[in-house]
Design a binder for this molecule. Sequence first.
Ligand code: FE
Length: 141
Amino acid sequence: MNPYYSRTDTTELHVPDSEWKKILPDSVYAIAREKDTERAFTGKYWESTGIGTYYCAVCGNALFKSESWFASSCGWPSFFESLRPNSVTYVPDTSYGMNRTEVLCGRCGSHLGHLFDDGPPPTGKRFCMNSIVLEFEPDKK
Ligand code: FE
């Protein structure tokens, strides 16, 4: 049971990792809170899923629309833009001797992946995300 999960409440969360540790499955916690990366081509969304919305698996925040998903050869789900400008936040990441931009959930601050400048038009951006911190919900027809 995750009392912080909501697909409608966009209030920023300030939940300590000690609390998330009790709530999240270990595999989700490792990526979301310890900034681990799932192995390429192993996640559930690197191949297209369909028409719908991708939510944060930690807090339910709406992150991406399938319209911004694109086929990428990198092995992780890739998007060229976030659903709302404040769906995600960005922080510089210089770990592993690289200069990257880390992408965090705008609501719960969980690590989602990284942002690169080699994406397709119209933005030229590639949001390189971990499937395990995303939750896909198909549109209802
Ligand atoms: Fe979140």
